[in-house]
Design a protein around this ligand. Sequence first.
Ligand code: SF4
Length: 731
Amino acid sequence: MIQPDRVVTTTCPYCGVGCTLQLHVKDAFIFKVTSPFDSPVNRGNLCIKGRFGYDFIYHPRRVTTPLVRRYLLEGQPKPEGREQVFDTQRPGPNPWDWLETDWDTVLDITADKLVEIYKRDGSDAMAVYCCAKATNEDNYLLQKMYRALFRTNNVDHCTRLCHAGSVVALQQAIGSSAMSNTASQVIQNDVFMVAGSNTSENHPIIALQMKEAVQKYGAKMIVVDPRRIDLVDFAELWLPLKPGTNVPVFSAMAQVIVKDDLINWEFVKSRTEGIDNFIASLEKFTPEYAEQLSGVPAADIRRAARLYANAKNAAIYWGMGISQLSHGTASALALIHLAFLTGHIGREGTGLNPLRGQNNVQGASDMGAMPFHYPGYMRVDNEANAAKWEKAWQIEPGGLSRKLGLTTTEILAHAHPGGIRALYIMGENPMMSEPNLNETRKHMQELEFLVAQDLFINESGAFADVFLPATPFAEKDGTFTNTDRRVQRVRAAQAPRGLARPDWEILCSLAKRLEARLGYRKTAGWEYDSPEQVLREMASVNPDYAGITYERIEETGLIYPVPSMDHPGTPTLFTESFPSGRGKFIPLDYVPIMEEADDEYPFILTTGRILEHWHGGTMTRNSSLNEAYPEAHVEIHPADAEIHGITENMAVRVSSRRGEIVLRAAVTEKTTVGVVFISWHFAEAAANLLTNDALDPQAKIPEFKACAVQVFPAREQELPNPETQTKRGRY
Ligand code: SF4
């Protein structure tokens, strides 16, 4: 057995559970990952991604040298037609060739181009995507760079694409958008509801805790999901609703609670407002009306309502099946109302828990990687907030923009002359994660200058003008904040490979160049010795993190809010009141999905993740996990498959009004009749070529969870070959 030279404790780079990893290192090479049994988050358990998905860091396609397009390095004007990027047959030197260079050169070129565009077109031409996979410190610095130097709030990240509906709903109803409890408190409930979350594949360790709550502690689980997901086998009740019918189902549950006189009046009177209008708004939401819309039997809706309301302790956990809809905010509000009516919030176990997807999507949001908020969810259009950050960042009074920025989805839609001209992408992949990718491609081509800071040249990096090679989790220090709000350490286990540098170092080097070129007074604001110093600067203004230091989170992390240096952290929120004071009931109406099935497109497509892969696949498809699950599939119910002449593993074409893909069929009762499912991870059969870019008007989150498609048999030769048809590794 190999004996490690050292074992480095750090935090998983994949999902929001935030499992503790121990990286076993021999001869500067990580050869094994384990987890300690006393980890408070995962008690030694890891899923396949945490255990085996780390080897992307050694993949030969990883870029470890700065890259600049030939035209830039040779001082030529920018050539027309970004599509030439994909023309690998073109003879001779191509102006789009990537040329290797050194850090000074790439950072000087990047700073020159960004400043040129800013001086010519102003703040509104600049935008940045922060990164839910990067550390808190990386995200804090990137949003600071854009706010402090380019004076814009066009700052966002992929929270817009996963839980923006939940965030807006929770902010409206209670003034806070984080989970109210830790996931491990699920065992303290006698009833809990899991809505729109395939937890076993998306948050596998939390699914283990849910199963333990059922099997060991006797809790009853209600699953609300259009698919027969793994958790259904452990559930007391499964409500298989049609995609996009959350509001009628949860509102009908609310009506049952009202009609059966199961309201917790003490809680409603002391902690909420708006109950009378809300009850009046429920009039039409009978269980029978909800059954008509959702297909869920009225009797089951009644049973679910009574189970939840009669519980001593009950909680709600939800995923993107609630939020990724053009009415995602209303869907989340409908769940929040159930907790208000019954008082199932503010005690250990009970509460409202949107399960956050990426490892650090909670932290990136906390760090202000959003267009409406500084770090700590301080509104950018509030004078007092702006003044606090101007002081912290040594900016003249009134220097920061008070104008709300554009969201992720709006940034690309504004990529045209007169709109966004320069985009900086740290670690995100909009060419996989945006809806309606054929439109996204056009927007990417419209950009004048694109910076990609990443590990690989992914589908979005292919459009970039410069590439800044960053380090992955195992080659840098910092912190991640998991879905429990637990701030945990990330530790380097090996030196950066090649010339790659940690994101925070790249950003500081670039910011100093920008500061000089923009003619600002030189500040000490970019002279950090370590990421720890970055966190302390942020914590000096953000009260939620005020008591968090690297020393204090050395062992097990701390769950924020941690308002002072002797505060132990806050696993359970809202025990006395909500940040907004009283919780607000907000009457809702039912708004259907934007594109219903019809004769031409008879199926509803719903999309999501699978256990073996992660989002746009930049990491997992460049790891050994790709061997475990190498090919895209569309799940289709056996009854639908028979009607359409589709058999298991057959090549099929799935098309929508926006695009088409060819992939293999998986004939399975996991999906319901009339609904097909495709995961997001495969560039060669990208589900988002099909999805609808209709947005929730408040949260601006796209409707990834429902659009109309048709499915037909295809020929085997039409199946994409991942090696020749994806653009990976070609550049
Ligand atoms: Fe990593 Fe999430 Fe798996 Fe834990 S459950 S090992 S955090 S991917």
